[in-house]
Design a protein around this ligand. Structure first.
Ligand code: PGA
Length: 219
């Protein structure tokens, strides 16, 4: 079970250091059983976390759809490959605020795969799945817009329905759910047949909540 913290555009460097201190106190003595934790911070914190975070993989929140060259401000999969194992791609906030298209997303997935980074593609509509149908070894995170940051997660029955539809279109993908997952409600989702992990933003900013989520999924 992949449990991914998506910190979005949050946390100062001092807050990151505090988060790591609290988290490592837990992870240094804990043996993960079925859970694989992943943290996706802002790019600038990745080298610090790579050096200090214990028993936890790193992911990027985004990668460029360009490979390299004259693209000021971009960070590409070929640069990230030495630091991260995963990359989020096409989060709804990127599709909406940065006008990312399905075409951009397919380019990003291909670049990540070429560099050995496992892509986690976020989808909020079923039509966004079909362009991904030919990729293997990818994760698709189903994140309905109404559930993101709203404390109003999707219902388990609708998540099951959606995962079924996603797998019809992308049978080789592994499915995650994201949207208002918390330590209180995760048990309703962790038992769903096709769900292989979670994408957690708001509740991952507090290391204690994130740790509790990890423990609840690890049984
Ligand atoms: P949330 O966000 O956990 O704050 O609902 C999830 C996401 O945007 O990935």
């Amino acid at each position: 079970m992949l449990i991914i913290a998506n910190w979005k555009l949050n946390l100062t460097f001092d807050e990151v250091k505090d988060w790591v201190m609290t988290y490592n106190t837990f992870s240094s003595t804990y043996t993960f059983n079925r859970v694989k934790p992943v943290v996706c911070p802002s790019f600038i914190y990745i080298p610090y976390l790579k050096e200090h975070l214990l028993k936890t993989k790193l992911g990027a929140q985004n990668t460029s759809h360009f490979a390299k060259g004259k693209y000021t401000g971009e960070v590409s999969a070929y640069q990230l490959k030495n630091f991260v194992s995963f990359s989020l791609i096409g989060h709804s906030e990127r599709r909406e605020n940065f006008h990312e298209t399905d075409e951009n997303i397919v380019e990003k997935v291909s670049l990540c795969k070429n560099e050995g980074i496992v892509p986690i593609i976020c989808v909020n509509k079923i039509e966004q799945v079909s362009p991904l149908k030919n990729f293997d070894n990818i994760f698709i995170a189903y994140e309905p817009l109404s559930a993101i940051g709203s404390k109003n997660p999707d219902s388990p029955s609708h998540i099951e329905e959606m995962t079924h539809e996603i797998l019809k279109r992308a049978p080789k993908a592994k499915i995650l759910y994201g949207g208002s997952v918390s330590e209180e409600n995760i048990k309703h989702f962790s038992c769903l047949k096709n769900i292989q992990g979670f994408l957690i933003a708001s509740e991952s900013l507090n290391p204690h909540s994130f740790i509790n989520i990890l423990k609840k999924c690890d049984i």
